[in-house]
Design a protein around this ligand. Structure first.
Ligand code: TUI
Length: 323
């Protein structure tokens, strides 16, 4: 077992969060992750309030363990989703793609644990002052909407800048990543892409297979000209988007082209879908049940951490008979 103060804060057994992914982290995946002792998080995306309410009801039917709801700040329904989280006594809320500061007092007053995703030190400090219980520091290796600082540089800077627990995200998909994140001062990790490649994730098989087949350079970022880069698997869709950006199409035309493409990916449309995924795709080579993946990750992190003391000069080794 690997225990950190994050486990106590969230009431979970393992310091692992499953990132909230629009259209992807549906009740079945979320409940499986929470049942396995980690934190499953619903991805509200742009979904209307009635859909989010239905998702929450399904999770409650499948597990009594803590779970979370994630919404991006550009959802047209942020206020309604906040109200639903309060009404439904959702244990944990995570946010993305913006500053949720204005909503933190309402969520906190309802006893909800708030963990905003940040991509910079400045926003981390601001949200700690606004009352966040912890922060998810997400590096640009992540999938979907991303910031521009890498995980390895961002996480220790956020850890130094705030007192609340920090969760590392971006480029992490196994126990080595968990061990590395703990070494950087994080209290746990959030993974998204890795959880797509589980049997309980309900996306089309093509999405999972494309991640398994992708290597280290399997993703690309597009949307820089729009001011919000998105990382996705390289496919005909991302190539077309790249060309459209180069030929200087208007912002409205690019947005129109991009809209609805994540849903096509979830439905398995390999050429037209936007298969949002992080650089950890190169680390993923199987599709397995959530519980098995979590067990493997914890064992791997434990082995990694136990192997490291040998590199500290003067550490007594077993062979010397000491200890
Ligand atoms: O939010 C994400 N990843 C996402 S949201 C999403 S939905 C989408 N659908 C279609 C097209 C584009 C997006 C897909 N992926 N990750 C968390 C995250 N948050 N990464 C980066 C940030 C972030 C960026 C800027 C957080 C705060 C921020 O603040 C700017 C400010 O207001 O200071």
């Amino acid at each position: 077992m690997i225990k950190t103060p994050l486990c106590d804060l969230l009431g979970i057994d393992h310091p692992i969060l499953q990132g909230g992914m629009a259209w992807v982290s549906t009740p079945k995946l979320v409940a499986a992750v929470s049942e396995a002792g980690a934190l499953g998080i619903l991805g509200a995306g742009n979904a209307p309030p009635n859909v989010v309410l239905e998702y929450i009801a399904k999770v409650k039917q499948m597990t009594t363990r803590p779970y979370g709801v994630n919404f991006p700040m550009f959802s047209p329904y942020v206020q309604e989703i906040v109200d639903i989280c309060v009404q439904e006594r959702v244990p944990v809320v995570t946010t993305g793609a913006g500053n949720p500061g204005a909503y933190i007092p309402t969520l906190k007053a309802a006893g909800i644990i708030v963990l905003p995703v940040v991509a910079s030190v400045a926003l981390a400090k601001r949200l700690e002052r606004a009352g966040a219980d912890g922060l998810i520091a997400e590096g640009g290796e992540s999938g979907g909407h991303i910031g521009d600082v890498s995980t390895i540089a961002l996480v220790p800077q956020v850890v130094d800048a705030v007192k609340v627990p920090v969760v590392a995200a971006g480029g992490l998909a196994d126990g080595h990543g968990l061990a590395a994140a703990l070494a950087l001062g994080a209290m746990g990790i959030q993974m998204g892409t890795r959880f797509i490649c589980t049997t309980e994730c309900e996306v089309h098989r093509n999405y999972k297979d494309m991640i398994v087949q992708a290597g280290d350079r399997g993703t690309i970022t597009t949307g820089h000209s729009l001011g919000h880069p998105v990382r996705a698997l390289r496919n005909p869709m991302t190539r077309k988007f790249e060309e459209m950006e180069k030929t200087g199409l208007s912002e409205a035309q690019l947005i129109e082209f991009g809209t609805g493409k994540l849903r096509l990916a979830v439905e398995g449309n390999v050429s037209e879908g936007s298969f949002m995924a992080g650089q950890s795709c190169g680390l993923i080579d199987d599709i397995l049940p959530v519980a098995e993946f979590i067990q493997r990750t914890i064992s791997q992190a434990k082995e990694t951490l136990l192997r490291l003391p040998q590199y500290v000069a003067g550490t007594p080794s077993r062979a010397s008979g000491a200890g």
